[in-house]
Design a protein around this ligand. Structure first.
Ligand code: ZN
Length: 399
């Protein structure tokens, strides 16, 4: 075994990974106790708030700057991880075992327990070096991101506790990249869950009724799938586009009918739609409603979830935090690509209230295994990430 076993930061990381935080079976409390222990070891004050309920703790560790009235920097990570199917893993998912290549296997190794501990490691190194920062840093650990953040970040951002933190910029998770280029995420698409409640003529299954729910479904589904195909083609034909730049439309559920020989009076079709930045929300809703009308009517468009348009974080010289962030990569001659995140993260909730937020996980040359079996991160990648965060924190906090 290499000396990674003895490395203090690797030990802390692996200890964190061994705390199972899959909801709802497990409690967050052991995780909170572990983070509090880290704060105490760093000699930094912390607070635990529970705006989403007694079982939804948020821990904020604070390193005060020399100029605390300046807007502060938030380093956010979520404590929860997604479910595991241990029978499909070659290592126990909460064992944090390390192989001879230094690969550490555990749920959360990439998403995103690595980042939470790397923030703390960077701050430990800066503190030990006697560095003083201008802006205050808040390192936050939030619950339930994997459930959309409803009882986590969503509740937190509207609390007075959050407002009093005076956050000016936030860092949160990104995704690993298999090549040398680091991915930086500055925006997200808007998530919509749309139900089409399609009513139609009911009757015996042996006849040819007009305006059946099935006929209407066929028409509207055809329109949506045509639009989907346009997006498939756009993505295929333009190498500059990634999945975050196009609209995704997927039929996710269909319900309806009572009996095989009766034409149903109601069919409900549910769609997961991710709306990219360049699409006008109202225009697109109007288009869906027009298609519904073209069937002869009788279709109710119901939004189970409709996320508003959220402005992207500016990645130009008008954003001093972007300039500070990017300068670290430029100085080290590290390549970056700026992307729209394909899924949804807590960053959207900060952008939604006007706080610039970037998604970044320092994992290049890394196979993407988030949410997958045998999720892992190499010890070397983890330690390199700490070095990067040391420079990023320094630049951001002095911006
Ligand atoms: Zn995550």
């Amino acid at each position: 075994m290499s000396n990674w076993e003895q490395n203090e930061e690797i030990q802390i990381f692996r200890e964190y990974l061994r705390i199972p935080t899959v909801q709802p079976e497990n409690s967050y409390e052991p995780c909170v106790a572990f983070i509090i222990k880290q704060a105490e070891n760093l000699g930094l004050p912390y607070k635990v708030d529970r705006p989403g309920g007694p079982d939804k703790p948020i821990v904020v560790i604070t390193w005060q700057g020399t100029n605390p009235e300046l807007p502060s920097i938030m380093l956010n990570s979520h404590m929860d991880v997604v479910a595991v199917f241990p029978e499909s893993w070659t290592h126990p998912p909460f064992g944090a075992e390390m192989d001879s290549d230094g690969r550490i296997f555990a749920r959360g190794a990439q998403d995103m327990k690595c980042v939470g501990m790397q923030y703390l490691a960077a701050i430990r190194a800066l503190k030990n070096a006697g560095v003083k920062l201008k802006r205050t840093i808040h390192i936050s650990f939030v619950p339930d991101e994997e459930f959309g953040g409803k009882l986590g970040m969503d509740k937190f951002v509207s609390s007075d506790v959050f407002k009093n933190l005076n956050i000016g910029f936030s860092l949160d998770e990104g995704i690993a990249s298999p090549d040398e280029v680091f991915s930086i995420f500055y925006a997200e698409r808007s998530t919509w869950h749309v139900h089409l409640k399609i009513s139609g003529t009911t009757g015996h299954g042996s006849l040819l009724h007009e305006n059946t729910a099935g006929c209407k479904l066929n028409y509207v589904l055809g329109k949506l799938m045509d639009r989907r195909q346009e997006e498939v083609d756009r993505l295929k034909n333009n190498p500059n586009l990634t999945i975050g730049d196009v609209m995704t439309i997927n039929l996710t559920k269909i319900n309806g009918g009572v009996q095989s020989n009766v034409v149903p009076s109601l069919i409900v079709a549910v769609f997961d739609i991710r709306v990219p930045l360049n699409v006008d929300h109202d225009e697109f809703v109007k288009m869906i409603k027009n298609w519904c009308e073209e069937t002869g009517g009788g279709i109710e468009v119901f939004f189970e979830f409709r996320e508003p348009k959220i402005e992207a974080t500016k990645i130009d010289s008008s954003n001093i935090f972007w300039t500070a962030f990017k300068s670290v990569f430029d100085e080290l001659d590290l390549k970056t690509r700026e992307l729209v995140f394909p899924g949804a993260t807590d960053s959207r909730l900060l952008r939604n209230i006007g706080i610039p937020a970037l998604g970044f996980s320092p994992m290049n040359f890394t196979t993407v295994t988030l949410h997958a079996n045998d999720e892992y991160l190499k010890a070397e990648t983890y330690l390199n990430g700490i070095e990067l965060y040391k420079k990023l924190v320094l630049k951001l906090a002095n911006a």
